[in-house]
Ligand binder design. Structure first.
Ligand code: HAM
Length: 422
């Protein structure tokens, strides 16, 4: 029978791959908590409308990339392509806004996008993100950017570059959009079909186009930074000032627009040379209208998400290994059938005390079992035969030093807890 394979664009995380991911998650958890963010977990699927209304119906994500299906009652459901929309929904559904204080959440988990798989781009990938509701001050943007900066430094990634821009607000963007369209209209014939298509529906996306001829046209187009209203202009310069005075390095990328529609004012991306074409390892920005447009009160917000798989590529690129302290392991050797019963009790007892313990159940010689203990990476072995059972003791051998000692079976957990703490 033909063996089934993992679905294209997805992959398995085997036990040997898990520790570095756990380390990334732990580093973020610790840091984000220090910034006052609490962990939120939302469902992996939501009503499709949530994503259409928040991310925008003319975006690539909504137009082409969502995994959407009808459930048995013919309700339209989508696997979440990102985390922000769900967090906003939860914020509204739990009426957190009524507590009239800022709310800060972080999340980590799988997201799903039907994109063409390539290095750093998967159909199921993991994001670690954060959302900060209820503060319109540029200091909130600075806080989030400072947290991202701290996150990449804590990971040991020194080549990550923060790029910043502003995309204006509902007051200045429509006016800019018209100015842009007027200028773009003159060059429409020199642009790719995709951009010609975007002209009416989402002209700002032209700045994202990778086609050489469009990049050429973009050089002559008016930029949003020169068309901001006073509020957006002041917000952006105040943010840059705070970043400067707190030694947070960034580059201004005046061509940056984001692929999701909900952003207002500040947008940013973190890029890394290890990533090639898919070079954003994290991205985010401010979204002051999203909560209101989802049926809530007017609540400003700012947030970001980083891609875990891309973080792993960056770690590889900078040759950073995230290690976690491995717990010591005890291997139980049974000489005879009666010893297996004796050791099974001991095994359970050790594990109940959270001591890593393992054994084998095949009847084998002492030498063969010592080999298994070595393969299991055991730091200690406990040898139990007829003599030990009769005397109710266990012979414990330190695999590193070779030292042996006999310990009363009743004291074994206490003794190991003592040894392993050293
Ligand atoms: P995004 O730019 O769509 O923003 O995704 C954020 C990050 O997720 C990217 O920078 C990348 O590292 C990772 N990512 C996206 N797509 C893939 C993929 N197919 N394979 C692997 N990694 C991927 C958002 O999702 C926004 N919700 C960020 C945000 C939060 N803005 C405000 N708050």
């Amino acid at each position: 029978m033909k063996m089934l394979k993992v679905v294209k664009g997805t992959y398995d995380i085997m036990p040997e791959d898990a520790p570095s991911r756990v380390a990334i998650e732990e580093i973020s958890r610790k840091l984000f908590k220090a910034y006052g963010f609490g962990e939120i977990r939302t469902p992996f699927f939501e009503y499709t409308d949530l994503f259409v209304r928040s991310i925008g119906d003319t975006t690539d994500i909504v137009e082409k990339e969502m995994y959407t299906f009808a459930d048995s009652k013919n309700r339209n459901i989508s696997l979440r392509p990102e985390g922000t929309a769900s967090v906003v929904r939860a914020y509204l559904e739990h009426k957190v806004y009524a507590q009239s204080k800022p709310a800060k959440y972080f999340y980590m988990g799988p997201m799903f996008r039907h994109e063409r798989p390539q290095s750093g781009r998967y159909r199921q990938f993991n994001q670690i993100g954060a959302e900060f509701f209820g503060e319109s001050s540029h200091f909130a943007d600075a806080e989030v950017i400072s947290m991202i900066d701290g996150f990449f430094k804590a990971l040991g990634l020194l080549q990550a570059v923060i790029k910043i821009n502003t995309v204006g607000c509902n007051d200045c963007r429509p006016i800019y959009r018209d100015t842009l369209k007027e200028s773009m209209g003159k060059h429409l014939n020199d642009m790719c079909p995709n951009c010609q298509n975007r002209f009416e529906r989402n002209p700002l996306r032209v700045f994202d186009c990778k086609e050489e001829k469009c990049k050429e046209v973009v050089k002559s187009l008016p930029l949003i930074k020169d068309n901001l209203c006073h509020t957006c202009d002041t917000h952006f310069s105040a943010l840059l000032k705070v970043l400067d005075s707190n030694a947070i390095n960034y580059q201004i990328d005046e061509y940056m627009v984001r692929g999701l529609d909900y952003y207002t004012q500040t947008v940013f991306e973190v890029t890394h040379s290890a990533l090639g074409a898919q070079n954003a390892v994290a991205a985010g920005g401010r979204y002051n209208n999203l909560v209101e447009s989802m049926g809530g009160p007017s609540v400003p917000a700012v947030g970001f998400a980083a891609g875990v798989e891309r973080i792993m590529l960056c770690l590889l690129g900078e040759e950073v290994t995230l290690t976690q302290k491995e717990d010591k392991t005890v291997y139980l050797i049974s000489l005879g059938e009666e010893a297996k019963d004796f050791n099974f009790k001991l095994l359970n007892n050790l594990r109940k005390h959270s001591i890593n313990a393992c054994t084998g159940y095949e009847t084998k010689s002492l030498k063969a079992q010592m080999r298994q203990a070595n393969k299991a990476g055991a730091d200690f072995v406990c040898i139990v035969g007829e003599d030990e059972i009769n005397a109710e003791i266990v012979c414990v051998k330190n695999m590193e030093t070779g030292a042996e000692e006999s310990i009363p079976a009743a004291d074994i957990c206490g003794r190991f807890l003592e040894i392993l703490q050293k």
